[in-house]
Write a protein that binds this ligand. Structure first.
Ligand SMILES: Nc1ncnc2c1ncn2[C@@H]1O[C@H](COP(=O)(O)OP(=O)(O)OP(=O)(O)O)[C@@H](O)[C@H]1O
Length: 225
């Protein structure tokens, strides 16, 4: 679904990611770990074509990114749901409108999706908070709303950058549960995290693999977590 072949990336001449290859299979579940500043967010940006790598090839759903025009890239990106580290909400818009922004961007009729929206809000436990503004939400509510927005276009892959970064353990488990449910529905999941307890908790439920970025390289971690 997402294939990286010998991908390297540099910011301003200094190499951050070196010679990374990955083939993300349908319904797979991966964690992405590594020290702060190792390049996890950069790696995810390359995976969802927000960033073009300095070297190497990226293929999304079989299509070489280098051969796609803007519309082609946008079409592929709709198949990838992203939970950003900072959620990235528009603070002046109620939660409901923030969540439906991807529908608008994709040219879909938001009113026609009312029922799906109600189901989605219920799934993330935010039915009562639909009209709240993002600054009025708790960390856990924001993260669940970000997840709802990431899945509103029914993507095949979900990339979540520190989705449990600012929440307590109970809420971390709740968010993990939502991601596990998505995985059981056949979605491929990648979660960037520092939280080894979260990885251990996931491994009791799904066959999760652990990728690690260290010293500019991508490793598949051993089974010792
Ligand atoms: N647009 C940019 N221009 C220049 N340098 C950047 C840019 N984005 C990130 N970097 C640098 O690249 C390095 C890796 O950043 P990145 O956010 O990918 O790491 P990370 O592993 O996700 O970090 P963290 O765990 O702290 O979130 C950092 O040193 C960062 O300052």
């Amino acid at each position: 679904m997402i294939e990286l072949e010998n991908v390297s990336h540099s910011y301003g001449g200094s190499e951050l990611l070196c010679d990374m290859s990955l083939n993300l299979a349908p319904a797979s579940f991966h964690f992405l770990t590594g020290p702060s500043g190792a390049g996890k967010t950069t790696f995810l940006k390359i995976c969802y074509a927000e960033l073009h790598p300095s070297h190497g090839a990226v293929r999304l759903f079989g299509a070489d990114l280098a051969g796609l025009d803007r519309d082609g890239v946008a079409r592929m990106r709709r198949r990838i749901g992203v939970v950003h580290q900072d959620c990235g909400f528009l603070d002046h818009l109620p939660l409901r409108e923030n969540i439906t922004l991807p529908l608008l961007a994709a040219g879909r009729d938001v009113a026609a999706e009312d029922r799906n929206m109600a189901e989605l809000l219920n799934w993330v436990g935010l039915t009562q908070r639909a009209d709240a503004l993002p600054p009025q939400l708790s960390g856990g509510e924001r993260q669940r709303a970000a997840l709802a927005r990431a899945v509103i276009l029914s993507p095949d892959v979900i990339l979540a950058d520190e989705p449990t970064g600012n929440v307590d353990w109970e809420m971390s488990l709740r968010i993990l549960q939502l991601l596990v449910e998505l995985n059981r529905m056949g979605k491929a999941i990648v979660i960037a995290t520092h939280d080894m307890n979260l990885i251990r908790a996931a491994k009791t439920q799904v066959a999760a693999r652990v990728l690690r970025i260290q010293d500019r390289r991508l490793y598949l971690a051993g089974a010792d977590l």
